[in-house]
Write a protein that binds this ligand. Structure first.
Ligand code: 13P
Ligand code: SF4
Length: 331
């Protein structure tokens, strides 16, 4: 982004340039600009309700990567976090991929710095590397294959049983997969702050209050949460489970944004977010990175086609290989 573009965006973000358009209807403007620019709006289930409502497609990490791989739109506006938009850019090097806030990162991706990971990989030359999609392009470029929480089991099972594996960056998902597959993958010590924020003490209280509710959890959660969960799955797995289950009440241990879709699909069911350790307004666990995207930022991003995601060509050429292997195995 040039200095002028950055300055303009900063002014708009701070509200100074809004003086020209004080009564702007962000939803209407986003829909208009999207059509005018033939842009597709892809949103993750953890986005704020208002964004999920106007997105062309709402999905989990795998479904979003699959949508990005097949879109014929001229531009992708990604309502998610940086690694998701970066994956979309790697899959679409000639398209403009924009993210409403470049600071929308991910604690899990940040927990795996490329230099340290490259050293770790060198120490285990006989190991193949499976990485969770929640990582940077540099880490993807060091990987044999990428996975998401929806397809991790299938991806791991695609390797011969005697093939030693490294799994990065999520230690919780990795430990869960070791248990599920009976493997002994070497785990990188990374984690998602959102899925490690649940409080067991508070959860016990919620369970006492709602003894008829079923606890379901995302596999990024810690082992003690997964041990007591009756169902473990990705965000789309959790949504499918609640839709298909005959149960009427669920305690859901994942980011609270998922409640929007869950309640829309199941208006007759009671959905209770699992409580977080810290007292906060939602009394649940929210991803501060995902929540950086707002309707206003989305509008500005579409209007100025900024900030854009850029990935170096040589890096992109390496990082696309493990992503394409994953997409091939996930058909
Ligand atoms: P899924 O979308 O694969 O369920 O992953 C959840 C997540 O933490 C995304 O950042
Ligand atoms: Fe990263 Fe966790 Fe936020 Fe997902 S929920 S973007 S893994 S910090």
């Amino acid at each position: 982004m040039s200095d002028l573009e950055q300055a303009k965006l900063t002014l708009e973000e701070k509200g100074f340039l809004d003086i020209e358009t004080p009564n702007i209807n962000y939803v209407e403007e986003i829909l208009r600009l999207k059509k005018e620019k033939n842009a597709v709006l892809l949103a993750h289930y953890y986005q704020i309700d208002e964004i999920q409502e106007i997105a062309d497609f709402v999905g989990d990490s795998l479904a979003l990567a699959q949508q990005a791989a097949k879109t014929d739109a001229d531009m992708i506006i990604f309502a998610g976090v940086h690694f998701m938009a970066e994956t979309a850019k790697i899959l679409n090097p000639t398209k403009k991929v924009i993210l409403p806030d470049l600071k929308a990162g991910c604690s899990l991706a940040d927990s795996c710095p490329p230099d340290a990971f490259s050293e770790f990989k060198k120490q285990h030359p006989d190991h193949k590397v499976v990485t969770y999609i929640n990582c940077s392009a540099d880490i993807k470029a060091l990987s044999d294959i990428v996975c998401t929480s929806s397809n991790a089991r299938k991806i791991i099972d695609s390797f011969p049983e005697d093939q030693p594996l490294i799994f990065a960056p999520d230690r919780n998902l990795g430990a869960y997969l070791n248990k599920e597959t009976g493997r002994d993958m070497l785990l990188w010590d990374g984690a998602c702050i959102v899925h490690e924020a649940f409080s067991m003490e508070k959860l016990i209280e919620v369970v006492k209050e709602h003894p008829d509710a079923e606890l379901i959890a995302h596999p990024e959660s810690e082992a003690h949460m997964l041990k007591v969960a009756k169902y473990i799955g990705s965000t789309s797995g959790l949504l499918n489970h609640v839709r298909q289950s005959e149960k009427k009440k669920f305690i859901v241990a994942t980011e609270a944004g998922i409640l929007f879709q869950m309640l829309q699909e199941n208006p007759d069911k009671e959905i209770i977010p699992a409580p977080a350790k810290e007292d906060n307004t939602c009394a649940c666990s929210e991803c501060a990175f995902m929540k950086m995207n707002t309707l206003k930022k989305l509008y500005l991003c579409l209007k100025y086609e900024l900030p854009q995601i850029e990935v170096d060509d040589a890096l992109s050429a390496e990082a696309i290989k493990p992503i394409e292997r994953m997409l091939e195995l996930s058909k």
